[in-house]
Design a protein around this ligand. Structure first.
Ligand SMILES: Cc1cc2nc3c(=O)[nH]c(=O)nc-3n(C[C@H](O)[C@H](O)[C@H](O)COP(=O)(O)O)c2cc1C
Length: 219
């Protein structure tokens, strides 16, 4: 049976940089025979973890599952049967977007068992990758500590889902506006941004395609 690989878009823009990178990832996965689907978090009203601990209540009916009922309850249940997930977020103020972070809490926490050492009660192994898109170039990303901060989330897939590898793509110097001249954007050199859009971003789409292809092969 074909492997099912999902992309989760943590940007409210359904045709923005993150979505385009995620779609390239999914095209790569499809080229290796996977069935694919993109989930745009911006379509849904939902909260982060409510710290109710119903997912940790021994013998409780929601043990190992998120008990919060809202617009992503069905999506979380669908993802519990996935073979792979690529999580994508734009960088907002040096971190992932709020909706992305809310979703990540709901995705990971119910499966994390507070045993000593911590273990997992996820129903199955799945592969996970991460992609981030941002305005700043790579050297500034490192200087501002974005990478160090983001890396903290990358250890969870192995612990929670038994992922065999966690691939990460940082997409820098992205094109933010459809037309820079129409917006207050003196901070940016529009010509430089355009040239990055037509070169670096295209290369990053190819990298994402390859990441997706590799995920489908190892899933
Ligand atoms: C609210 C907000 C905050 C942002 N903060 C940052 C930031 O701290 N660092 C950065 O490099 N880019 C920042 N950006 C730019 C976006 O991360 C970048 O344009 C990204 O590629 C947008 O992805 P999208 O097109 O998928 O929405 C910010 C954008 C918004 C809207």
């Amino acid at each position: 049976m074909a492997k099912k690989i999902y992309a989760v878009n943590g940007s409210p823009r359904e045709n923005g940089n993150t979505a385009r990178i995620l779609n390239s990832f999914l095209e790569g996965a499809a080229s290796a025979g996977a069935e694919t689907e993109i989930i745009h978090l911006g379509r849904y009203q939902f909260s982060g973890c409510r710290s109710c601990f119903a997912c940790k209540l021994k013998g409780g009916k929601s043990y190992g599952k998120c008990a919060v009922e809202d617009a992503v309850t069905g999506i979380l249940s669908e993802l519990s049967q996935a073979d792979g997930i690529v999580m994508g977020s734009p960088i907002y103020f040096g971190a992932e977007s709020g909706i992305y972070r809310n979703f990540l809490e709901r995705l990971f926490f119910p499966y994390l068992k507070y045993s000593n050492p911590p273990s997992s009660i996820a129903p199955r192994k799945l592969e996970m990758s991460f992609v981030y898109t941002m305005n700043v170039p790579a050297d500034v990303m490192d200087m501002y500590g974005y990478r160090d901060y983001l890396e903290k989330s990358h250890k969870f897939p192995q612990m929670v889902f038994g992922s065999s590898e966690v691939d990460v793509l940082y997409v820098n110097d992205t094109y933010q506006f459809d037309d820079y001249s129409r917006y207050e954007s003196g901070l940016f050199d529009a010509e430089h941004k355009k040239s990055m859009r037509d070169t670096l971003f295209v290369q990053d789409c190819s990298k994402a395609f390859e990441m997706g292809r590799k995920m489908a092969l190892r899933a």
